[in-house]
Design a protein around this ligand. Structure first.
Ligand code: ACO
Length: 160
């Protein structure tokens, strides 16, 4: 398991955002405005390893029974070590404990690593927001050699 891969990983709430946290938040979402919007209501969690912040996650209740992971990012120096997997498992545990029915996450249709990771953890694609990245971002985004236009919405049904 990811926690086994990362025995020294600590996941804890963030009360005061630092410049380092912001760097991570903007890695996942280049729109400072959108991030500021969901930070109004969302709760921020960080993954810490050897005394430093290596990952971040924002959870937001978007409906009474629905929790969304609005933002998740890992410091590039610590990628592919299971840190995002550990954060996703933490979100799942948290959502189940709080009796949410659904856990949701959105990502780009060109975000292949993210799509692999989310489906590996158990998320299933439930929707598409066509043109989301064209309407909401000032500049075109290119990823994996493709123009990113659409958002895919993935969910886990926690009631099952
Ligand atoms: N294609 C497919 N799979 C890949 C690729 C790739 N190009 N590169 C790596 N992988 C696999 C790894 O092998 C690993 O799988 P495994 O556990 O089966 O070996 C998995 O993807 C990565 O798992 P983790 O190590 O748990 O993930 P990591 O800690 O590296 O974090 C994350 C993933 C959050 C996407 C990180 O790369 C990141 O911060 N990227 C930039 C920000 C970002 O895109 N955030 C998500 C945006 S969506 C949102 O915020 C709601």
């Amino acid at each position: 398991m990811d926690q086994f891969k990362n025995p020294k990983l600590i996941i804890r709430p963030v009360t005061q955002l630092t410049a380092q946290h912001w760097q991570l938040l903007l890695l996942a979402d280049p729109s400072r405005k959108l991030v500021q919007d969901y930070l109004q209501k969302g709760t921020v969690w960080e993954a810490r390893k050897d005394g430093q912040s290596v990952g971040i996650m924002v959870l937001d209740e978007i409906a009474p029974s629905r929790l969304e992971i609005k933002n998740i990012a890992v410091d590039p120096k610590f990628e592919n070590q299971g840190i995002a997997t550990a954060l996703l498992h933490y979100a799942l545990h948290f959502a189940k404990q709080r009796r949410y029915h659904r856990l949701q996450i959105g990502t780009g249709s060109t975000s292949f690593k993210q799509l692999y990771l989310y489906q590996k953890v158990g998320f299933r694609i439930t929707g598409i927001r066509r043109g989301f990245f064209v309407k909401n971002y000032e500049r075109p985004i290119y990823e994996n050699g493709l123009w990113l236009q659409d958002m895919l919405v993935l969910e886990i049904d926690l009631a099952k």
